[in-house]
Design a protein around this ligand. Structure first.
Ligand code: ZN
Length: 182
């Protein structure tokens, strides 16, 4: 990520934290405790006043073929050699057979759009993006893929053919996958 993007994210986070901290202070001033009732469930919730930021590091050792595929512009999935179950995102082990006897295959590039939504209230880590579309695409390999859709939302229709793109996404600049109308 460029310094610019990092700065933008930090600014967004500061704004977000600033607003929620103000609400928290108001709650403590009014009630004496950082505790409120969840409007949906009625459950009592404690809001910790300490801020915590996390950066995750996940092992991708067992799905190294998925990472190699992305580098080559391919999206890979796994098939259990024993029961034939297909997994995307790929799994290194079949939870049904409890085996690691998996075959790696490339995802067929064209699927059909099932549904989509335009995200205009974004999580803080995506606040540097303009509004984006997330959709579910039914793939001929026998599973669905949830990913961003690069299109004018007004042109989208259920059943439309969608083509996978594996490339660097502007904003993060690392290689990921999304769809475009085919
Ligand atoms: Zn299996």
């Amino acid at each position: 990520m460029s310094d610019n993007v990092v700065n933008l994210i930090n600014k967004g986070l500061e704004k977000l934290y600033g607003e929620s901290l103000k609400q928290l202070e108001a709650l403590i001033t009014a009630t004496g405790l950082p505790v409120y009732k969840d409007p949906k469930s009625g459950a009592l919730l404690w809001v910790d006043v300490r801020e915590m930021r996390l950066r995750f590091t996940l092992s991708v050792n067992k799905i190294a073929k998925f990472i190699d595929g992305l580098r080559e512009g391919k999206l890979m999935y796994t098939v259990c050699k024993r029961c034939g179950s297909k997994y995307f995102p790929p799994q290194a082990d079949c939870p049904k057979c409890k085996t690691s006897d998996m075959e790696w295959r490339e995802v067929s590039p064209v699927g059909e759009l099932i549904t989509w939504t335009v995200i205009n209230v974004k999580p803080a880590s995506f606040s540097h993006h303009s509004d984006y579309i997330v959709g579910i695409v039914k793939m001929p390999d026998g599973f669905n893929i949830t990913a961003w859709i690069e299109a004018d939302p007004k042109t989208l229709k259920p059943g439309m053919k969608m083509r996978l793109v594996v490339d660097r996404r502007p904003g993060e600049n690392y290689i990921t996958y999304w769809f475009r109308p085919a």
